[in-house]
Design a protein around this ligand. Structure first.
Ligand code: 0T9
Length: 376
């Protein structure tokens, strides 16, 4: 079972060896063509909302306990898209395009069946190391999700271990005018199948969703051969400080159940709904699909020389920009986010479950999303 094309065997082995002897920013390593994805990492935050009805359903909760359950259900239901969709669409995990500083991605899930419209704003807020900030909002349901995503990678016994840096904060507006907040931490990833050239992700360890109401979800991840014979297994315990708790167990890429009642908790076997973006002709030059257009086309069509030429052009332009800024004593100005070194909400909610680290960076959204009619 080897997915590496004969002509790329040598460069694949060299690539794996360079990963093994290297820790830090994998995104900047040059990989052989067969493993390249035509999609930039700035598109990934869209995975948070590919089941928009489940997201909006959080607003239908009867009380804090019910709200935490719905948040957990929505969260678990995003995992299949986040961590297995490249395998489904491209046959294996692939190396995403490494976003440039200031790269943008805008999207929308239109209203349907009363779920309300959900919008997405993504900005690459750092190039080295890569950091992606995002803001997702369903204003009619008073729901918003802000977060940022970065990674620390190491290599261990043949696998890439990815520690996710960053967190997401979900804010839910309540009917009485108050709000409830949910701090969402992210699981650790293991990328296996590297030697065969068919990488896939397994989730590991524990992630948390801490609500300001006191309810905490503790989600444990296991692969094949641990507490179930199946890959992509999780067990989530939703508990309050009063001692009440619920346990949910199953596969995050198919179905899970409430352990006590046997009722289905999550079911992601139906189709998801990909984000809608503006036509290329209507996009600005910094928007991901427009920016990477020629590189993506080269990768899709197997014209790797064209892809490489187009990529070099983007990278040279970036280098020149950085040189110009250095000469002028200026720095790149973010368009949609403001960076802070600490996040008070993370600290406050993180204390309740002893989050590690005790604080993290924060990217505050400037509430200046462009209208979806083409104006910027
Ligand atoms: C946030 C997600 C993240 C981004 C990707 C590790 C990874 C970059 C980060 C964590 C999303 O919410 C979820 C899914 C997939 C993650 C990517 C998988 C991956 O392989 C890359 C890294 C940087 C590589 O490209 C490694 C080299 C490659 C040859 C292995 C396929």
């Amino acid at each position: 079972g080897d997915a590496v094309p004969a002509a790329q065997k040598g460069s694949w082995t060299a690539f794996i060896k360079s990963i093994a002897s290297f820790s830090g920013d994998l995104s900047s390593l040059t990989a052989p063509p067969f493993i390249l994805s035509p999609v930039s990492l700035t598109e990934f935050p869209a995975y948070w909302c590919e089941r928009p009805a489940l997201f909006s359903d959080i607003a239908n909760a009867r009380n804090a306990e019910d709200r935490s359950r719905r948040v957990l259900r929505w969260f678990i239901s995003t995992l299949k898209g986040q961590y297995t969709s490249r395998n489904e669409s491209m046959g294996s995990e692939k190396k995403p395009l490494n976003p440039v500083l200031g790269e943008l991605f805008y999207g929308i899930w239109p209203d349907a069946d009363g779920r309300g419209e959900t919008t997405l704003v993504v900005e690459q807020v750092s190039h080295h190391p890569p950091i992606t900030a995002y803001y997702i909002e369903n204003a009619s349901k008073k729901l918003s999700l802000r977060g940022h995503s970065a990674q620390k990678t190491t290599f261990s016994s043949g696998s890439i271990i990815v520690k996710q840096i960053g967190h997401a904060l979900l804010t839910v507006g309540l009917p009485d005018g108050g709000k409830e907040e949910f701090l969402i931490t992210l699981p650790r990833l293991r990328i296996d199948g590297l030697w065969y050239g068919s990488p896939y992700i397994e989730l590991a360890e524990t992630s948390y969703i801490q609500s300001s109401s006191g309810w905490l979800s503790t989600i444990e991840y296991k692969g094949r051969g641990y507490f179930s014979g199946k890959s992509h297994t999780f067990k989530a315990v939703l508990a309050s400080s009063s001692g009440r708790s619920h346990t949910y167990e199953g596969q995050w890429d198919t179905v899970s159940k409430d352990v006590r009642t046997g009722e289905v908790f999550t079911d992601v076997t139906s189709a998801k709904e990909e984000v809608t973006v503006r036509a290329l002709e209507e996009q600005g030059d910094w928007e991901s699909r427009k920016l990477w257009k020629d590189v993506s086309r080269g990768i899709r069509e197997g014209d790797f020389e064209a892809a490489s030429t187009a990529k070099s052009k983007i990278e040279n332009e970036q280098r020149q920009r950085r040189r110009d800024e250095a000469a002028e004593g200026t720095t790149w100005k973010l368009k949609h986010f403001v960076h802070e070194d600490s996040d008070p909400t993370y600290e406050r909610l993180g204390k309740l479950f002893k989050a590690n680290p005790p604080t993290e960076d924060m990217y505050v959204f400037l509430c200046n999303a462009p209208k979806f009619d083409g104006s910027a």
